[in-house]
Design a protein around this ligand. Structure first.
Ligand SMILES: Nc1ncnc2c1ncn2[C@@H]1O[C@H](COP(=O)(O)OP(=O)(O)OP(=O)(O)O)[C@@H](O)[C@H]1O
Ligand SMILES: [Mg+2]
Length: 544
């Protein structure tokens, strides 16, 4: 039965309707008079329609789109729309308050419940959402910006019972054999990674893409997974583990993505039975926060289901059996010494990304020869990290390229907020690093803070000199530094005779902020004090 309801009157309380589908609540929709009510066999208009959220979720239709809030999924036709989880959360919040003005603060609290961010973050995701919906094009109008106040979702919407089968694995013949979002635009500068991995993937059972936060692990994994559609009899299934508050939810999240209805309190045995004879690729995206559970899950699945392969992304390796690790490098940028023409700068993916994102924000943008070196310099200071570059481009759309450069002598501005007068708001890269830092133990945190005072690169032996300051054995310091390398917080080049280590500038700036906040500047040894001028600068920014 399809139940068309007018959203303004008939939707259940938002918290009910938009609750993730693992809840066991029942949603009550009251149908309203509409054309279908006259059809034979259709229930009277006033009858309360009852939808068991475990059997059928509610879908919201607008334009050519179908939003499944419980599954955190947006479809166009039968194809998932490629849209980031934050942009999707913005959409769900706006649809939930359909027709009402939703303030920017309310949206930011909803989308970043645990982090304080500046408004530019929201603008980035609103812009991405508009791109995904093609808002404003061909007469489509979904979101309206009320300048200085917030946003309103204005398109007509209809809520219907979503008739997805509860076991799509079994009924897959009639279904698309994947749940990957549609790629909106090709990735920049990752063709080599993707073709290398595409070629090698058949040899591996478990491939983990690792690297620092924001380097593009998920982006590459999705592009790689997209190339695998059709290669696995039972499909390619994406499971985003980032939103999991409880790591024990990993098996249930996988079951939900596969559409498996598992009633037992211990889902793993049922899941392993369901997977046993399948030939499929599971994409376990963003494992970092649930790394140990993801590793255990992976090991059990690979043992029980010989036809299943796993592609994982995480800031650190899973350290599970049969793991092959692919460490992602930053996007390449041009040298910043000497002259640089725009055409040459645009030959590098870091600059391409910056320019493309500026054009997306402004409608059009052309890199001038006079700005090429400045943009190259910004990309270099941001270590070629796509997330940081995207954020810088969003700010450049407001401040201009030179405006950002003038404020970006170091990448701190992108970490701690653009305005000294602003409240303690932080930016995306700060939140990104905070996520990793929060997972470190005290010794790891302490060593990372101290390493931020080392030169541009250092050896393990130099790092071991921290042993006296910290009062630990050299071997313990070395092991901890190696652990930080595994967690992508310290970079390493092991090609030469002596491995060289260094911190990305964004990581260094973040660690210095932590130093200033912990008041350790004064206690650090004299040999590190020469860096304190920079530290006090950061400190003032951090505490602004
Ligand atoms: N090669 C690329 N071309 C265009 N955009 C990219 C590219 N790589 C990453 N991005 C964009 O950069 C942002 C960060 O990428 P992504 O989410 O993949 O990072 P991540 O390494 O998975 O981070 P995390 O460790 O936080 O999960 C996203 O908005 C993504 O679309
Ligand atoms: Mg990711």
């Amino acid at each position: 039965m399809n139940i068309a309801v007018s959203m303004s009157r008939q939707l259940p309380p938002p918290a009910e309707l938009f609750r993730p589908d693992r809840t066991r609540s029942r949603i009550h929709l009251e149908a309203v008079p509409n054309a279908m009510d006259d059809q034979p066999g259709h229930s009277p208009a006033t009858e309360a329609a009852c939808i068991d959220n475990n059997v059928a979720a509610t879908a919201i239709l607008f334009g050519p789109f179908r939003l499944l809030p419980a599954q955190r999924l947006l479809l166009e036709g039968n194809e998932p729309v490629r849209i980031g989880s934050r942009a999707l959360e913005v959409l769900i919040a706006l649809v939930e308050h359909h027709g009402e003005l939703l303030s920017k603060n309310a949206l930011m609290e909803r989308v970043w419940p645990d982090t304080t961010v500046v408004e530019a973050n929201l603008s980035v995701h609103i812009a991405a959402l508009r791109r995904a919906l093609r808002d404003g094009r061909d007469g489509n109008r979904y979101l309206v910006n009320m300048p200085g106040r917030g946003y309103r979702f204005v398109a007509q919407i209809t809520a219907v019972e979503d008739s997805e089968p509860s076991t799509p694995i079994e009924e897959s013949a009639t279904k698309p054999l994947h749940n990957l979002p549609k790629l909106l635009a090709p990735l920049i500068g990752r063709d080599d990674n993707i073709s290398e991995l595409t070629e090698q993937l058949p040899q591996w059972r478990l491939l983990t893409i690792t690297g620092p936060g924001g380097i593009g692990k998920s982006a590459v994994a999705l592009a790689l997974a997209e190339k695998q559609i059709g290669a696995y009899q039972d499909g390619v299934w994406l499971i985003d583990l980032a939103p999991l508050a409880d790591p024990r939810e990993v098996p249930r999240a996988v079951a939900a993505a596969l559409g498996l209805k598992i009633r037992s309190e211990q889902p793993m045995p049922d899941l392993l039975t369901a997977l046993k004879n399948k030939r499929m690729l599971l994409v376990l995206d963003n494992c970092t926060r649930v790394i140990e559970w993801a590793a255990t899950f992976t090991t059990e699945v690979l043992r029980a289901a010989p036809g299943v392969k796993i592609l994982a992304t995480s800031r650190e390796p899973l350290r599970a059996e049969a793991e092959h690790i692919h460490r992602l490098s930053p996007l390449k940028g041009p040298s910043t010494s000497g002259r640089l023409a725009a055409a040459d700068a645009l030959g590098f993916p870091a600059v391409q990304l910056f320019v493309e994102r500026m054009a997306a924000s402004l409608g059009e943008f052309e890199l001038k020869d006079t700005d090429a070196l400045i943009v190259a310099d910004i990309c270099q200071k941001l270590d070629g990290l796509p997330l940081a570059i995207e954020f810088a481009a969003a700010r450049a759309a407001i401040l201009g390229v030179r405006g950002v450069a003038a404020r970006a002598e170091y990448p701190f501005e992108l970490l701690v907020g653009g305005h000294r007068t602003a409240p303690a708001r932080q930016q995306t890269m700060y939140a990104t690093l905070e996520w990793s830092y929060g997972l470190l133990n005290e010794l790891e945190q302490s060593i990372l803070r101290r390493l931020s005072f080392f030169g541009s690169s250092f050896t393990l032996q130099t790092a071991a000199t921290l042993a006296d300051d910290i009062g630990r054995a050299e071997s313990e310091i070395i092991n901890t530094v190696l652990g930080l390398v595994a967690k992508s917080l310290v970079m390493a080049d092991v090609k030469g005779p002596v491995p060289r280590l260094w911190l990305l500038e964004t990581t260094r700036a973040y660690a210095r902020i932590k130093v200033s906040k912990s008041g350790e500047c004064d206690t650090f040894p004299r040999r590190q004090a020469k860096h304190s001028v920079r530290t006090s600068h950061i400190s003032s920014l951090a505490l602004a």
